[in-house]
Design a protein around this ligand. Structure first.
Ligand SMILES: [Zn+2]
Length: 368
């Protein structure tokens, strides 16, 4: 890179990081040995239209703790999933005891499963840790959560107070760049303008070029550094602690493993639900769950709009079918908790995104 000699403040150079390009099976034993020694790994994927039906995975970037070492694996060259030298690496990816730090691991999960047939395990998704920190460590208020919904829904929906109860637990997920800037995690976040512009063009087929231009390899490696710095920041801020670590891993598993095909990610994009944290990730699963007719997720009853036909006798409801008619569930009932008798076929997130996108979906009440 040429030295900067201008007097005026110039845009900083793209972040430069050291990395090893892995394009030969013979390199893998040493790579796996180094990765296995690390307390945790940082992982990220690049490719053409990844997470869509046209997806082709090009690179898997993996870093050791603190991104001290970064390996950029050329998936197009290391494509033989039955190769004996690749097997230990694939075992590492699916080993739940090897912690992997990701930012939005949904596409990583879908792509690695589609390409190598192995499910990523042991993920801690920082995108979820960030959402959890809002009402937790950062003590954000309800209006701040609602304010973020404006990034997904237009005014007509966010200003309609009758819809608020239906969006009570909706959380907008953030992008890595946005959080890095907002929290000033990196002083001068400079991404390679050329690569950023190539991404904005919407055609990411450049990831399939071989030999891969050096600036693309460097771009992929720099993302590992950024995720690593973000992870360190989250630890320092106690957004990730020993106390919430296991919960975050469980949530991350539910968040990412849903995407067991590239088509599912496409559905999430088409419905514009991908920017909201799914309700089966927000809430811990209850013993009885119900399936959403649209996203097909198994969800707690509270994730659906429900209908109450009669107030339950206090203090506890012991079962039995209620009569017909009634009103939409209210949050307070004078005598005991209201017992829903019906639910909508689609979860509240699917229903609200369909409403926003003017998509017609099933809305008939289902008897519970
Ligand atoms: Zn749904």
């Amino acid at each position: 890179m040429p030295p900067k000699t201008e007097q005026e403040p110039a845009k900083p150079e793209p972040m430069a990081v050291q990395f090893t390009y892995v394009e030969n099976y013979n390199q893998l034993p040493k790579v796996v040995q180094k990765l296995s020694r690390s307390s945790h790994l940082i992982l990220d994927c690049e490719g053409q239209s990844i997470g869509s039906p046209e997806g082709i995975l090009s690179l898997i970037s993996v870093g050791t703790a603190g991104s001290k070492e970064i390996f950029v694996l050329d998936v197009l060259r290391l494509h033989d999933r039955t190769h004996p030298l690749l097997r230990p690496f694939l075992l590492l990816l699916q080993n739940p005891t090897v912690l992997k730090i990701v930012w939005d691991g949904r596409m990583d999960f879908a792509e690695i499963l589609a390409t190598y047939g192995v499910p990523l395990r042991g993920l801690l998704d920082l995108q979820i840790a960030e959402v959890v920190s809002r009402a937790g460590a950062r003590e954000e208020q309800e209006y701040q959560r609602r304010g973020r919904l404006r990034r997904v829904f237009d005014k007509e929906i966010t200003m309609d107070s009758s819809l608020r109860p239906l969006m009570r637990d909706f959380h907008v997920v953030a992008g890595l760049q946005g959080i890095i800037r907002e929290c000033k995690i990196v002083e001068n976040l400079a991404k390679d303008d050329e690569v950023v512009a190539m991404h904005k063009d919407g055609n990411s087929s450049f990831w399939l070029n071989r030999p891969l231009p050096p600036n693309l390899c460097a771009y992929a490696a720099a993302d590992i550094k950024l995720i690593s710095l973000t992870y360190d920041f989250f630890i320092r801020k106690a957004w990730i602690t020993a106390a919430n670590h296991a919960t975050l891993v469980c949530k991350s598993t539910r968040y990412t493993s849903y995407f067991d095909s590239r088509e599912k990610r496409q559905f999430a994009n088409d419905m514009n639900v991908a920017r909201l944290l799914p309700l089966d990730v927000v809430h811990e699963p209850e013993p009885t769950q119900y399936q959403c007719y649209l996203c097909m997720r198994m969800l707690n009853l509270g994730c659906f709009e429900t209908l109450v036909t009669a107030p339950a006798p206090a203090p506890a409801y012991t079962g039995g079918r209620r009569g017909r008619g009634g009103s939409v569930q209210s949050r307070r009932e004078p005598a005991g908790r209201p017992v829903p008798s019906h639910r909508r076929p689609c979860c509240r997130i699917c229903a609200m995104c369909a409403k926003a996108g003017k998509v017609v979906i099933a809305t008939d009440w289902l008897t519970l």
